[in-house]
Design a protein around this ligand. Structure first.
Ligand SMILES: NC(=O)c1ccc[n+]([C@@H]2O[C@H](COP(=O)([O-])OP(=O)(O)OC[C@H]3O[C@@H](n4cnc5c(N)ncnc54)[C@H](OP(=O)(O)O)[C@@H]3O)[C@@H](O)[C@H]2O)c1
Length: 338
């Protein structure tokens, strides 16, 4: 008998139910330390058995799609259903139907699935309008049954609107969203709420910097930031307000965490998940590295036994408001990639 999934879910436009906390697989790409594929698959099984059944990957995350494929092949199918979200991140060039279909077929082969539950499309250069061709073909392939949900990643509000107005139905946009990076709340949130487009948030834990591990700690030196993720988000913190202000944010998150007997990561995740437009928060998992298994703790992020109070929200917002508006510094969601 199938286990009853314990994790709260969100339903996307075309019916896919995804977990509120999604397992992020950039951490098995190779940019976060070496990965033992066999141990990673065993660890994915344990996560899935706990109720973490949604996995986020990309065609460009090294072996991530293959590891997911091995997991799909070896897992006990009587247990929970699995949702595999991947990304298509093509280099600019010909976006013919043949080429797009070949990309999809390759991902499906690697993931060992006959349909992609959710395909998230990324584009590097808005001056090259061929993203509209790619999305038209993807929309046709969705109608033909190869894709469940057609989504975007790192699109800004202006170009998301352009895509929608071209007649393509979009289920979600995967973007950076955290107590540090509040850009989605400026324009994106309102637009997506109106059209029932969900935001899937990443960077919510700033690669692990938003945790007890960095509380009351001196500013890390570049060589101590030993994963791609830590380096990326430390740069965000520098642009936002620097290490001292970040420590003030950690202090506030920590006192709220203690009030609710949870962790800093739980508070940072719940703060973003409480936004109605947010369908899920993607938390990176270094599958197979036992010291990095935070599954039990991350389950508390969605526990119904505690809630953020209005006082908690005001305390977090007060520190947010002292940082620089990243919308002004970098631009709207995804601008850091262009
Ligand atoms: N679309 C895009 O462009 C894009 C960009 C970035 C990420 N993503 C997606 O988002 C996922 C998340 O990646 P991210 O870079 O944003 O990382 P993140 O989720 O902000 O941070 C993940 C790291 O946080 C630490 N962590 C997790 N839970 C914790 C807890 N409860 N307590 C303390 N520390 C905890 C772990 O560090 P340790 O392993 O060191 O313990 C983990 O590796 C990626 O895997 C990917 O799927 C997408």
């Amino acid at each position: 008998m199938a286990l009853i999934p314990l994790m709260p879910t969100t339903q996307l436009k075309n019916g896919l139910q995804i977990c509120k906390v999604i397992n992020g697989m950039w951490q098995v790409s190779g940019a976060h330390g070496s990965i033992n594929a066999e141990r990673a698959v065993a660890s994915m099984n344990s996560y899935a058995e706990m109720g973490f059944t949604t996995f986020d990957m990309a065609d460009i995350y090294g072996p991530a799609e293959d590891i997911f494929g091995s997991f799909m092949k070896l897992r006990d199918e009587t247990l929970n259903e699995i949702q595999g979200l991947t990304k298509l991140v093509p280099r600019p060039g010909d976006m013919s139907r043949t080429r797009i279909e070949a990309f999809l077929d390759k991902s499906m082969r690697r993931m060992q699935v006959s349909k992609i539950d959710c395909l998230q499309f990324h584009w590097w250069d808005y001056n090259d309008k061929r993203y509209l061709d790619a999305l038209r073909h993807l929309s046709d392939l969705q109608k033909e049954g190869k894709i469940g949900e057609l989504s975007l990643t790192n699109f800004d509000t202006e170009h998301l609107r352009e895509v929608v107005e071209s007649g393509v139905s979009i289920s979600s946009n995967q973007i950076q969203y955290s107590v540090i990076d509040q850009r989605p709340s400026v324009l994106m949130k309102k637009y997506c709420e109106a059209l029932d487009i969900k935001l899937l948030a990443y960077g919510t834990l700033c690669g692990g910097l938003i945790s007890e591990k960095y509380l009351k700690k001196p500013e890390p030196k570049p060589h101590e930031l030993n994963t791609a993720s830590l380096g990326k988000y430390k740069h965000m913190i520098d642009l936002w307000g620097g290490w001292d202000l970040f420590q003030e944010m950690l202090d506030v998150l920590n006192s709220i965490a203690q009030e609710h007997s949870v962790s800093i990561a739980n508070i940072a995740t719940r703060y973003i998940l409480d936004e109605k437009v947010v369908g899920g928060v993607i938390v990176g998992c270094r599958f197979g590295a036992d010291e990095s298994d935070h599954s039990k703790d991350n389950f508390r992020s969605v526990s119904a036994s505690w809630q953020l109070t209005s006082g908690n929200l005001s305390a977090i917002k007060a520190v947010c408001s002292r940082g620089k508006e990243l919308m002004q510094v970098i631009g709207d969601c995804g601008a850091e990639y262009r």
